[in-house]
Write a protein that binds this ligand. Sequence first.
Ligand code: PEP
Ligand code: MN
Length: 232
Amino acid sequence: MIAGPCSAETEDQLVATAHLLKATGRVTALRAGIWKPRTRPGEFEGIGSIGLEWLKRAKAETGLPTAVEVATAKHVEEALAAGVDILWVGARSTANPFTVQEIADALKGVDIPVMVKNPVNPDISLWIGALERINNAGITKLAAIHRGFSSYEKSAFRNEPMWDIAIHMKTLAPHLPLICDPSHISGNRDLIGYVSQKALDLDMQGLMIESHIDPSVALDRCQTTSYPSCFG
Ligand code: PEP
Ligand code: MN
């Protein structure tokens, strides 16, 4: 069970969240995004490298290993230097082989667990290709994260689970741990239980669930509503 805020916002928010998660006795690692890929500029793009210091403190106080998303070689270098325990590649990065290769090159000679989220689009080859690029760099502790897929279909989910793709991944790579991310599939709190149970019923190995001490004020949502003037 990997849990923690979508984004590290303040030192207090992250450390307090870590303590509450630790107190549940059910969380094995603390996640926090510090470099956030946003669809539009002007949204909260993450607290940046200072968040690594907050993660160090959260780990020192709770003993929870830490996990962050990396999207560039610089992110990898900084996260490794700060002693982050687990890295993950986000959905937007997995969709771009140039980005994945840059991350893989930065990981050469390093022994750290890396989790790869499915790409935004429902293309299992991109997902497998990203895992292969990281594996070819010498990383052997790999996991795949199923976070759902972008779709034009109107549905209750923010990202369509398309469970058959996750099952296909399990069939192709039966020994690769598959972790479900119900938060990005659901996009709201109400569906987290249902999606988590479904993932466990499908025999997935773990869950990554976003958690916040006060979710209603989390800096995760789209805060840009109007089109910029350059659009005319
Ligand atoms: C996240 O984990 O907060 C995130 C940005 O996820 P994804 O890459 O699945 O959109
Ligand atoms: Mn998120």
